[in-house]
Write a protein that binds this ligand. Structure first.
Ligand code: AMP
Ligand code: FES
Ligand code: ZN
Ligand code: ZN
Length: 315
């Protein structure tokens, strides 16, 4: 197996590119594909400041690393979700990464600042944990970016993530989600721009990038996500990709090129026009008097904390 570029021994094969790469040329490919996504979708303009949402996982740590390598001004944001030992370990990984490289990391801790955490909020509000978690993260990303004067929030969503979400949304024809499933969501009053610079890269590539760059990341999955539908969609797409390399890419980029535009009118009108009220608790834009995040906090703060356990042991 030889590198497509220099013919030296290769360390990775990428079937959808029908090519193998040595370490140096693979790292270059990751940087080039990130640059291509940033340019193609106009994610970051010269001089802008980016806030990278970092979970301690491979994708977001790699993204933070690549953006710095490419010379962008990119600081990190870690949200302590209070998901038992999983959150403790992911926080440690993120802090260690930032300290080793002298990068600026902001932190928001749900328990310390809002007197709750994801397992407790999910139980108190009878929401699916991933939905309470996702909503809280989005709110805190927006708030931290606006407070810190950042132009964009970058997340580590990769091609596998986006193809799986698209698959789920298409399966149920959730047109209001399809309308907003884009690699860039422009800034609106009260919301920073949202960008996903890793959409051209797969999960396996991000893991390889971390190994080759010596980035320590949390390998375990969130214990609350185990068995959720999203993981099932990923497995289904992996099975298709195994026999037909490039399917995920064609599915997602075909959607962007030929279908996304058709769903534009399905986005909630208030969101599109920016015609939103202001949450009377936190001041963020909202469709109701009190935003969904503040309602979640009100209903769960002070609730008996939920301890996650497996076989009687705390997780
Ligand atoms: P997930 O929803 O867990 O698949 O994560 C998607 C992206 O959200 C990650 O790539 C990160 O950019 C961001 N993210 C997830 N968890 C956190 C966290 N605890 N703190 C900051 N960013 C996060
Ligand atoms: Fe949000 Fe697991 S990371 S529920
Ligand atoms: Zn090479
Ligand atoms: Zn609010």
């Amino acid at each position: 197996m030889k590198c497509r570029v220099c013919r030296e021994p290769a360390v990775i094969d990428i079937r959808r590119h029908n090519a193998n790469f040595c370490s140096d040329h693979f790292l270059r490919l990751v940087r080039d594909q990130t640059t291509k996504a940033i340019d193609e979708f106009q994610m970051i303009r010269p001089g802008e400041r980016v806030l990278v949402a970092v979970s301690g996982g491979k994708d977001s740590l790699a993204l933070w690393d690549v953006l710095n390598e490419l010379g962008y001004e990119a600081d990190g944001l870690y949200i302590g979700l209070g998901i038992g030992g999983y959150s403790d370990r992911s926080g440690e990984m993120t802090r260690a990464f930032a300290a080793d490289r002298g990068l600026t990391l902001h932190e928001v801790d749900l328990r310390a600042e809002y007197d709750t955490d994801v397992p407790t909020a999910a139980k108190a509000t009878r929401r699916v944990p991933c939905s309470a978690c996702g909503m809280s993260k989005r709110h805190l990303f927006d708030q931290a970016a606006l407070d810190g004067g950042y132009d964009a929030v970058a997340t580590g969503h990769n091609l596998d993530d986006e193809a799986a979400v698209l698959f789920g949304n298409t399966l149920r024809w959730q047109t209001e989600y399809l309308a907003r499933q884009l690699p860039v969501l422009p800034a609106r009053p009260g919301f920073p721009r949202k960008i996903k610079p890793l959409v051209r890269l797969g999960e396996r590539e991000m893991a390889a990038y971390c190994v080759l760059r010596g980035i320590d990341y949390i390998v375990e999955e969130c214990p609350m996500a185990v068995g959720n539908k999203h993981l099932g969609y990923k497995e289904a797409l992996n099975a298709i990709e195994a026999t037909s390399p490039g399917s995920k890419h064609d599915f997602y980029f075909g959607f962007l090129a030929r279908a996304a535009e058709r769903f534009r009118d399905a986005a909630p009108a208030a969101l599109e026009s920016g015609d939103l009220a202001t949450c009377e608790r936190c001041g963020s834009p909202s469709t109701s008097e009190v935003c969904a995040f503040c309602r979640l906090i009100e209903r769960s703060a002070g609730h008996e904390p939920v301890t996650l356990t497996r076989k009687g042991k705390p997780l």
